[in-house]
Design a protein around this ligand. Structure first.
Ligand SMILES: CCCCCCCCCCCCC/C=C/C(=O)SCCNC(=O)CCNC(=O)[C@H](O)C(C)(C)COP(=O)(O)OP(=O)(O)OC[C@H]1O[C@@H](n2cnc3c(N)ncnc32)[C@H](O)[C@@H]1OP(=O)(O)O
Ligand SMILES: Cc1cc2nc3c(=O)[nH]c(=O)nc-3n(C[C@H](O)[C@H](O)[C@H](O)COP(=O)(O)OP(=O)(O)OC[C@H]3O[C@@H](n4cnc5c(N)ncnc54)[C@H](O)[C@@H]3O)c2cc1C
Length: 546
């Protein structure tokens, strides 16, 4: 890599706008940096010096038992420094947001420690149980686990077969496993009458959704930094080789994913807020939104990591460059805490329920953000100019039109099956394609709304201008990628061509900001990999012999 590029990189590194980091991380920035520092200063987090730069990352070459042992030692180190103070015993949004911030940071270091901390100490029950168990659980004096899934049933919780009866004589619960398929399975850390019983699952879905976004950020920070120093092929004889991110094709592979990651970062912050401010009345909405975002953000993460891994070529496969390894670590998030496809059914099922209720009571739509359906149906202009395409009202109109039409079609199809004599459950199952389209439309409209809300908090200026480009990139790449826009006629083929052209234009407009945008992720250099920096130095013969 030529020195000029590298010097520019070093200069550029501090050009990221601290305001953008504040907007993305949104809360507890000082707590986050404190915890990053705690991890970077301890040998337990495997600091490694590569060409004068320190990286921290678990040693994934250790055996499972060794890795488990190291995870517990790291937890002990963090416990002694008060990281878990109040996690279970302090109530209220402030304490929960601090815990969520720490979970974000821990997940950036290692998926396993975050899962261990986030899930393996659930304490359900009433005040009596909490008074007795929470303090010792928070101090890791006792460890719990959550044994809901069974060999025969995971998604279908109604189907679990274990039977618990209370023996009044002995004052004990008798837990009976009536058959092989009832054996408890997948009990994390092992070694709950229905909605209320399931609502504790929501906290896990919130933390999975948020951690998935941070995982995407790690992948993109590494892949985009690498694409700003890696060169391949010249375009004229004896000319310099071209920087990867100067190839329009490479921009098209990474920059729409960058825009989506920004959008989903705002959505994740919104999800945390509605979670910490939950009430019994908001439980259902929280369940539906957390189901939609857990599925959408974890799917996005896997797609982003795959693209970033390929964008780094062979270097993306090396464990120390994280991207390939993150794919295997985070794949499970599409399944545990609720299979993504099953959770997306919860979304379409709830929207259908709201639709039927509004029709039955002949009242306006209320809830799940469906209030837009009480307004006049949006009209998409026949000619889409660049300024129209980048206009947020047009973008929201297009997303609302898609959601409104799909919900109407879905409800109609289900009612037709009911008229044919199908049961409600089977009518729902047969209408799965519209249900899936609707779940996607709901999720993407939610995400766009949180982007627009975050953008509105930023005063006019260069930061707001870049955010506007990112929001347009998010909205337009969603329109380009979702066949529903053409299939159901929300966009004409000419309009679709205009959308595709505008995405390419936005790639070239965002290209100059790429390094600043990934530097605003709030992830210290030590948590990235060598190829994000001076990789020739990192892999030079002299460095590798140390
Ligand atoms: C780096 C990592 C990040 C940090 C880590 C943090 C740690 C935390 C996460 C990590 C976890 C690691 C270990 C993994 C643990 C697990 O996997 S635990 C087990 C998870 N299992 C599930 O999630 C099971 C999925 N299935 C279900 O939840 C249910 O079966 C169902 C599909 C939702 C219900 O289906 P069904 O039987 O058809 O009933 P419905 O009619 O659809 O629902 C009944 C009503 O209940 C409402 N409801 C359902 N769930 C909830 C909920 N969670 N909260 C609130 N309300 C809920 C639903 O909306 C229905 O309401 P009405 O329509 O109004 O009746
Ligand atoms: C690493 C790990 C840790 C875990 N930790 C825990 C834990 O601590 N506690 C706990 O209780 N559980 C835990 N689980 C279990 C986890 O919650 C279940 O794996 C998850 O809920 C999915 O259930 P399942 O594996 O039975 O898959 P299934 O429900 O059998 O799903 C298999 C496939 O069927 C599809 N499918 C299911 N239902 C439908 C439907 N109605 N319509 C269409 N398609 C459908 C799904 O989309 C999926 O593709 C863990 C799992 C793993 C992998």
């Amino acid at each position: 890599m030529d020195r000029v590029t590298w010097r520019t990189q070093v200069l550029f590194r501090h050009l990221h706008d601290p305001g953008m980091r504040r907007l993305l991380d949104a809360h507890n920035l000082q707590d986050r940096d404190w915890l990053f520092g705690l991890m970077m200063q301890s040998k337990l987090f495997c600091p490694r010096n590569v060409a004068g730069r320190v990286f921290v990352s678990p040693d994934y070459n250790q055996s499972m038992e060794q890795q488990r042992e190291m995870t517990m030692k790291r937890i002990g180190y963090l416990l002694d420094r008060g990281v878990f103070r109040g996690w279970l015993t302090e109530k209220g949004p402030e304490a929960e947001m601090r815990k969520l911030a720490f979970m974000d940071v821990l997940a950036i270091f290692d998926h396993s420690i975050a899962v261990k901390l986030g899930w393996c100490n659930p304490v359900f029950g009433t005040k009596r149980h909490h008074d007795k168990w929470l303090r010792d659980t928070e101090n890791y004096a006792i460890k719990g686990c959550f044994a809901m899934s069974e060999l025969g049933h995971g998604s279908n919780v109604r189907g679990i077969e274990t039977v618990t009866t209370y023996d009044t004589n002995s004052g004990e619960f008798v837990i009976n496993t009536p058959c092989e398929s009832a054996q408890k399975f997948w009990i994390g850390g092992a070694a709950n009458r229905f909605a209320a019983f399931l609502s504790p699952l929501t906290s896990g879905r919130v933390t999975i959704a948020v951690s998935a976004v941070y995982s995407s950020k790690i992948g993109l920070a590494i892949a985009i930094r690498y694409s700003l120093t890696r060169r391949a092929f010249s375009v004229k004889p004896n000319g310099p080789e071209v920087l990867l991110l100067d190839y329009p094709s490479h921009q098209r592979r990474l920059l729409p994913l960058l825009a989506k990651t920004y959008a989903m970062s705002f959505a994740a912050n919104y999800l945390k807020l509605i979670y910490v401010k939950r009430t019994p009345e908001s439980n259902k909405t929280l369940h539906v939104v957390s189901s939609a975002l857990k599925a959408t953000l974890s799917w996005h993460n896997m797609r982003t990591l795959q693209e970033c891994r390929e964008a780094c070529g062979g270097q993306g496969v090396k464990t120390e460059n994280h991207v390939g390894h993150l794919k295997s670590e985070y794949d499970v998030q599409l399944t545990f805490e609720g299979d993504n496809n099953v959770l997306m059914q919860q979304v379409s099922k709830a929207l259908l329920g709201e639709y039927m209720a509004a029709q039955k009571r002949n009242k306006p739509f209320k809830g799940f953000g469906l209030e837009h359906m009480n307004e006049a149906c949006p009209v998409i202009p026949s000619q889409l100019t660049s300024s129209t395409l980048q206009n947020c009202q047009f973008q929201m109109d297009a997303f609302c039109l898609r959601e409104r039409d799909l919900l109407n079609c879905f409800a109609l199809e289900v009612s037709q099956y009911l008229k044919q004599g199908q049961s409600k459950e089977y009518a729902f199952i047969l209408s799965y394609q519209l249900a899936e389209d609707l779940g996607k439309a709901f999720s993407e409209r939610q995400i766009l709304q949180t982007f627009i809300d975050a953008e509105a908090t930023v005063p006019a200026g260069s930061l707001k201008d870049v955010l506007g480009k990112l929001r347009s990139m998010y909205a337009l790449i969603c329109m380009e990628e979702d066949a529903a826009f053409l299939r159901y006629g929300y966009l004409s083929t000419n309009n679709a061509a205009a959308v595709r052209k505008e995405v390419t234009k936005l790639c070239s407009e965002l290209r100059p900001h790429a390094l600043a945008l990934v530097s605003s992720f709030g992830i210290p250099d030590a948590f990235l990999g060598p190829i994000a920096f001076d990789w020739i130095e990192a892999y030079s013969w002299s460095s590798t012999q140390k």
